[in-house]
Structure formats: C-alpha cells, structure tokens
Design a protein around this ligand. Structure first.
Ligand code: FES
Ligand SMILES: [Fe+2]
Length: 444
C-alpha cells in the first residue's frame, strides 16, 4: 500500500451539504434525470470523483502481474496508470504520465521492466516511480533535485484476494470495509476454484458501445430484462429442454427462488444458484455448446468420483456480482467498464481459468466463456445505445427506477444487506445513493 500526503483533503461539511443539494433535483427516490447520462460536465466530474477521487475503483487482478517487475497499463477513469510489481513483488500504482512534460511513459499493455524510459526526452524512472535520471543533467541547475520529480503515485493500492483496487483519497475507508458484504460473494466466486486460485486472462473481448457507462452498471443488476432482451438466446435454450440457463428469468422471476441483494456502497448481486438443484445442475442447465458431450464423457470417465463438481466448474458461477463503479463478475468472467466519453463506453470481458483442476476443465471453461459475450452481450449493448438515443428527447426528462417500490419485496438482513426479488430496481436506487455521496465529496 502506498500513501502520498500532498493530496487535498475532502471539502468540509457545509460544502458537501451544498454539493449533495446540487444533485437532489436529479436523483429522486424513484427516478434519475436524463442529464446524468448526457451532460459532458457531469461525466467529467464523475471521472474525477466516482473513478478513484473519492473511493475505491477496480484496476486489475494480481494474476495479470504474475512475477516481480511485471507491469500492466490500466486506466483509473481516464487517468492512465502503470500498475507494477517491484523486484520484491510488492504492488505499486504510478501515473503513466511523465513528470517532465506529461507524455505517457509506458506505451505497452503489459510486460516486465525494472524501469521505464520516456520515449519523448528520455527521462528514466524506476518501476516504483522514482526518477533515476534525465539525459544531459548539466542542463539543469545545481538545485535540481531528482527526488522531487518522481512519477505521481496512486495514494492507496490494495488487493482483496487478488482483486486490485486503488483510490486517490487518503481518507477513504479501508478496501475491506468498502467491499463489506460483497467480500462474502467474492469469496464464494474465488473459492469455487480448488485452492482459490484464479487466473484472469489479459486477452479479452473488448466491445465499445455508444452510450453512457452507467447504462452497463444499471443493467448488470437488472433481472427484469433477460426474458425480453435475450429472447433469441432463451428461445434457442428452451428448444433444448425447459430448464436451461437463464430461461428461469422468463417464468415469473419474482415468485421464483432467485434473489437479488443490495450489498452497500453501490454493490449488488443477483443469485441464480437457487434456480439450480444439486451438483451437476449448473452443467446440465448450460445452453448447448459444440463438443460438450465429448468433454463430459472424458471428465466422467477420468474423474468419476467428482465429475459433477468438475463439470459445474466448467460453466458459470450463477452469480452476477456488481462492484461499484466498474467491476462486474458475470458467471466465470470479469467485465470491466471503462468510460470513454459521456456517450461512449468500453466493456472488456476477461475470461478466467482456475488452478487445481484437470486441463480439460479450463478448456471447456474458456469455450463456455465465448458464449454470452458473443450471443447475449450484443442484445444488451443494442439496448444501451437505444436508451442513449431515447435520452436525446429533452422534453422527457426522467429515467424510472421505481420497480419494486411499494411492493414490500425488500427484506433487511444482516450487515445492512437488503434482499429482494430479481426484477426489483433496488440495485439502481441503491447505487445512486453511493453516486450522490461520491459526487458530493462525502466520506465513504
Ligand atoms: S515528456 Fe517525458 S522526458 Fe520529456
Ligand atoms: Fe442482459
């Protein structure tokens, strides 16, 4: 963990009350204003405050930095960063912005390096950020102090079981506190792997859509849309039997066993596990996959005692976990939301493999992870773009998030977690509470 004390502290109480007041006309109990998705000024403020300035934001997974001196280029909102491991394996977050005249220093996605030399004028920095040297130093006066011109560092970098987050706020709560009950869901997801060993593949599906980044976050906790938005996928699945993956979203989902949970700090999860029954049912309910029968035969013949468990690991985790503002865990995959402009977003799907299983499990696991990004995600992105188009109607100002209000669906459980049915729009109402807190500059 790193720390830098020069960052201005948050505004005082009066200022935050005023800032909160600014948003009270835009975020109501049951609706939010269209301009939160269309106004470039709101977007630029989000980049600073929601993406790292006030609280934690997801950066990468430790498996993407596998060894000492590994590095990875990532973005914190639109701030380019280099995540590095030093020679002792410790993690650092340094801004990918040369302290000389601002050029991006590292222009590769990943690799290993003990130092980085800026391609512009050749200043060289250690992978921990210190300036090692500037060419022809006699051009600087005798009071030139190299120690003052290191790369700016991310104030705090912390990991939870391999998931790396960063914040620029020295006063933010600890990562563990901020994740809160979401930790238990991450634990479930990680501990599905024997030994808890997860590898995030840097090669990924990268998809851009012409819409605001929050449309993806809204949708990630939305159990109302699958029956309609993914109709072709569900039709195909139902031709193969009536209990196939996701078809349960089409049958009175609010009366069924699936539940949604609001976990605090804008995080939430949809738990589809209760729609399955017993070992082997994740696998048997999966949609058709070319060649799956041969894999199943192989696994059942070579690992008869634990075949059902291994086959369940080949397909999704049956949870959709949303960690505000930019990390979505969908099945076995990690999706990262990257805001590019008020009406442009990149979504990156990283496949994962796991340790402690026969290689065939990871082979079919990767095959399974080709399914939804290619077949289901375009449905979602088409909707995001159509919503963005619809929001151009300035006379129709509001986006509704009122489903579930007044129904008595919500039930408070331990740790302040609210349990509800899967079509409730509680997920959106709750993350907007966090959004207002961050935009108002309040402590989290
Ligand atoms: S901008 Fe990097 S050395 Fe000049
Ligand atoms: Fe969807």
């Amino acid at each position: 963990m790193t720390s830098q004390k020069s960052v201005p502290r948050g505004p005082g109480k009066t200022a935050t009350a005023l800032a909160r007041g600014r948003w009270s006309a835009h975020v109501l109990e049951d609706r939010v204003h269209r301009t939160l998705y269309t106004d470039p000024a709101v977007f630029h403020e989000e980049l600073v405050k929601v993406y790292g300035g006030q609280s934690w934001v997801y950066l990468a997974h430790e498996s993407q930095l596998p060894e000492p001196n590994s590095y990875l280029s990532v973005n914190m909102g639109q701030r380019p960063l280099i995540l590095t491991r030093d020679r002792n394996g410790e993690l650092h977050g340094i801004f990918n912005r040369c302290s000389h005249r601002g050029a991006t220093l590292c222009r590769d996605e990943s690799g290993t390096a003990r130092s980085f030399q800026c391609p512009y004028h050749g200043w060289t920095f250690r992978n921990t950020g210190e300036l090692v040297g500037a060419p022809w130093p006699e051009g600087y006066g005798p009071d030139f102090d190299r120690s003052k011109f290191g790369l700016r560092r991310v104030n705090r970098i912390a990991s939870y079981r391999g998931f790396i987050f960063g914040t620029l706020n020295d006063d933010a709560v600890s990562l563990g506190e901020w994740l809160g009950p979401a930790r238990g869901w991450l634990d479930y997801w990680i501990d599905r792997a024997p030994g808890g060993e997860v590898f995030v593949r840097s090669a990924a599906f990268r998809m851009g859509f012409r819409g605001n980044w929050k449309l993806a976050y809204d949708n990630a906790g939305d159990g109302y849309h699958p029956a309609f938005s993914h109709r072709s996928l569900l039709d195909m699945a139902s031709r193969m039997g009536d209990a196939k993956d996701m078809s349960y979203f089409g049958k009175t989902p609010d009366d069924g066993p699936m539940k949604s949970y609001a976990l605090g700090h804008g995080h939430s999860v949809i738990d589809q596990r209760p729609a399955h029954d017993g070992p082997g049912s994740f696998w048997s309910n999966q949609r058709p996959q070319p060649g799956r029968e041969k894999f199943e035969e192989l696994i059942r013949s070579q690992h008869p005692a634990d075949a059902d468990t291994l086959l369940d690991l080949c397909v999704g985790s049956q949870i959709n976990l949303s960690i505000f503002p930019n990390l979505l865990i969908i099945g076995n995959q990690i999706q990262v939301i990257e805001p590019l402009a008020v009406d442009r977003t990149q979504l990156t799907w990283h496949a994962t493999t796991i340790g402690g299983v026969p290689p065939e499990v990871n082979t079919i696991r990767i095959r399974t992870q080709e399914d939804f990004p290619a077949f289901g995600e375009p449905d979602d992105q088409a909707n995001f773009e159509e919503v963005q188009r619809g929001l151009a109607v300035v006379e129709d100002e509001w986006i509704l998030m009122n489903r579930g209000l007044g129904t008595g669906w919500q039930e408070m459980t331990e740790d302040g977690v609210v349990k509800t049915t899967v079509t409730d729009e509680l997920h959106m109402r709750r993350y907007y509470e966090e959004w207002v807190r961050l935009m108002a500059g309040e402590a989290t």
